[in-house]
Ligand binder design. Structure first.
Ligand SMILES: [Zn+2]
Length: 138
């Protein structure tokens, strides 16, 4: 996807709603794709960029970053389900800012081998839910 728009952070949410609404998902969404995908989220006046990157070595990497429109802090969690609640796997990370250093962004990325994710795949879909939460102390 190539987008040549430029503007201020204040105008970003409006631009995304207008030009990229097909990529928008809610702050808690099922991401069933088993190939590389991306999404945009608007929540609490903030803009979030979500990437699921599956590399050639079949490792999965998920990045969730905010554009930094607000000063709020957010966490996100990745829930993997097999259908049996007792087997749910939930990992929680900080949402990083797009201007953060890569080491910080990578530390807060979900990383997993295909082998480890396989129990959560049925057919061509993974049973994965992504949820963003605002930190309650803000
Ligand atoms: Zn655009």
């Amino acid at each position: 996807m190539i987008c040549l728009w430029f503007g201020t952070k204040d105008e970003l949410a409006e631009h995304l709603r207008g030009a990229h609404s097909h990529l928008m998902v809610s702050r808690s969404f099922g991401c069933r794709a088993t190939s590389t995908t991306m999404a945009l989220i608007l929540y609490k006046d903030e803009v979030f960029l979500y990437y699921k990157l599956i590399t050639e070595d079949r490792n999965w990497h998920i990045f969730l970053q905010k554009a930094g429109i607000t000063q709020q802090h957010f966490n996100y969690s990745i829930t993997l389900s097999t259908g049996l609640p007792v087997n749910d796997s939930i990992s929680t990370f900080s949402v990083t800012d797009i201007s953060d250093k890569f080491e910080c962004i990578y530390r807060n990325a979900f990383t997993c081998t295909h082998f480890a994710i396989e129990p959560y795949i049925s057919g061509n879909e993974v049973n994965m839910t992504v949820t963003i939460e605002a930190n309650s102390w803000d």
